[in-house]
Write a protein that binds this ligand. Sequence first.
Ligand SMILES: Cc1cc2nc3c(=O)[nH]c(=O)nc-3n(C[C@H](O)[C@H](O)[C@H](O)COP(=O)(O)O)c2cc1C
Length: 284
Amino acid sequence: MTSSKIRINIVVIAILAVIAILVCISVTMLFLHIYRERITPTPTEGMTIVNRTVVLLPYPKIRTNVISIEQALAYRRSIREYTSEPITLEQLSQLLWAAYGINEVRYGFKTCPSAGATYPLVIYVVVGEKTVLINRTAYLRAGIYKYDPYTHSLILVKEGDYRKELAKAALGQKWVEEAAIDIVIMAIYERTTRVYGERGIRYVHMEVGHAGQNIYLEATALGLGTVVVGAFYDDWVQKIVGASPNEKPLYIIPVGVPVKPYRITEEEIAKYIEEQRKAAGLIS
Ligand SMILES: Cc1cc2nc3c(=O)[nH]c(=O)nc-3n(C[C@H](O)[C@H](O)[C@H](O)COP(=O)(O)O)c2cc1C
């Protein structure tokens, strides 16, 4: 090869390298732009930051001086009657964190136990018109949101109040329509069955029970009412929520301000147990 040919080759390679670098930079810039577009927050007030597509929830609070775990267990009840009052964004934040939030920062483990930490659950929230109050001045836009536990944020899937349609898909259970919000827990079974095979199916069902109970207890601690709903048409719920085909609905969990919170005393529980013991002939 002549020296002039070598020089031409070097120039061509240099030009191609520059083009490749420019393409890489452009693609990176494009991704950064899209990313920034998605997460650039529009502050409302205080710590609450709301964006066109992403809502950064207030950080989870580990509250002290609230009701004890025994009180939460004693006062937990399925509550199906709610007032028309909104819940707050802080309450929604606490409920989602309780359900499936991060409580371990090395591996991103969660409040909910999970077989092999495979975390198959995906959580959506159906928000009604003016049902979630932000800083006492504004409302979270009605819509369907997907919860991201890692950034503790909500991603808007679609706008609009879908509670009525969701209630229809739940065989007309009116508490689904009347609640301020409905938490919809879906599962991607493959995340767990990939590791455990068929047995993973039962693990997924156990896990949704844990998440559901977490929501019951947190709602009770917040003075809210809730009930887990298992009766609904799967395909219809999936369609309303805008879930992907591998996300299967397991629970709809309405939450609202209860018309009447449930209460019981230690004495009432002790009296009941005593009567049962007598009836069983264990004591006289
Ligand atoms: C798997 C499962 C499915 C349920 N499905 C519904 C439902 O579709 N609608 C409803 O109103 N309650 C539903 N419930 C709530 C039960 O009716 C309720 O837990 C039961 O009556 C006991 O009342 P308690 O939760 O107040 O102790 C369901 C509970 C479980 C565990």
